[in-house]
Design a binder for this molecule. Structure first.
Ligand code: FPP
Length: 247
């Protein structure tokens, strides 16, 4: 009997359905222009609009996850933190209705309790309003840190073990994924970091185990549809083997 062909868990990467982005370089962009940092962040918010516009003509993109504010960002000077929170408030209030009309589902990940009560309410309202949309899911990471997210997942799993409803042997990778903030979101195919640094900075550490990484010197406020295409082009030339081997 002929031997069945070995199952190789591999595929030539086609086009990415989920793109995660570390939007770095707002401060340097502002410095280059000789203007205040906050204006760099405002231009960064503009770049998000440009990105979402570009997604409309690239329908293979079904998920975008943006690192907007990390747990470490709380350590920035008070003024900058409050500028970023104000920008976020403004952005959500003004963009949510347009995004809803365009079929965008909004999701927020991270430690919401650390955010002010009014922002927490806005986030919950926007998530509820857009929950049924299917054109694109925009995930915004706010007060997010991957290690904190994993620690929280471990606490909840540990609690189930402590109360006897779960056996330690029954803990699986899938179960851990299901206890993360991203439980309803597939892992990213492509992760882009702008601004020239080449690290993950505590972003989606578990979820990006097999994600293709793309680093660019372009500062986030300058990131355009053409830059997005370049990253996608690079992705599509890579071969994703997921740890297997191609003979
Ligand atoms: C990193 O640039 C960027 C941030 C810490 C914030 C990202 C925020 C935005 C793009 C705009 C606001 C977001 C929303 C969702 C409204 P940096 O300040 O570290 O830049 P630098 O490395 O050049 O100093």
């Amino acid at each position: 009997m002929a031997k069945a062909a070995p199952q190789i868990q591999s595929e030539v990467a086609a086009l990415p359905a989920h793109i995660a982005i570390i939007m770095d370089g707002n401060g340097r962009w502002a410095k280059q222009q000789g203007i205040a940092r906050v204006r760099g962040h405002k231009q960064g918010a503009e770049a998000i609009r440009t990105l979402l516009e570009a997604c409309k003509t690239r329908p293979h993109i079904k998920y975008i996850t943006l690192y907007a504010f990390s747990t470490e960002n709380w350590n920035r000077p008070k003024d900058e933190v409050s500028d970023l929170m104000e920008l976020l408030r403004h952005y959500i209030r003004h963009e949510a209705k347009t995004m809803h009309k365009e079929g965008v589902r909004l999701r927020f990940i991270g430690d919401r309790e650390a955010l002010s009560k009014d922002i927490q309410k806005e986030l919950a309202d926007v998530e509820a309003m857009t929950a049924g949309n299917t054109a694109l899911t925009l995930v915004i990471a706010l007060s997010y840190g991957s290690r904190q997210e994993l620690a929280n997942a471990m606490k909840r799993i540990g609690q189930k073990i402590a109360d006897g409803s779960l056996k330690p042997d029954a803990v699986t990778e899938q179960m851990i994924s299901e206890h993360l903030d991203t439980s309803d979101i597939p892992d990213p195919d492509l992760l882009i970091r702008t601004g020239g640094d080449e690290r993950l900075s505590n972003f989606l550490l578990w979820q990006s185990a097999y994600t293709e990484l793309y680093f660019t010197e372009v500062l986030w406020p300058d990131f355009s549809g053409a830059h997005l295409d370049k990253a996608i082009e690079c992705f599509s030339q890579r071969e994703r083997r997921f740890g297997a081997r191609n003979e």
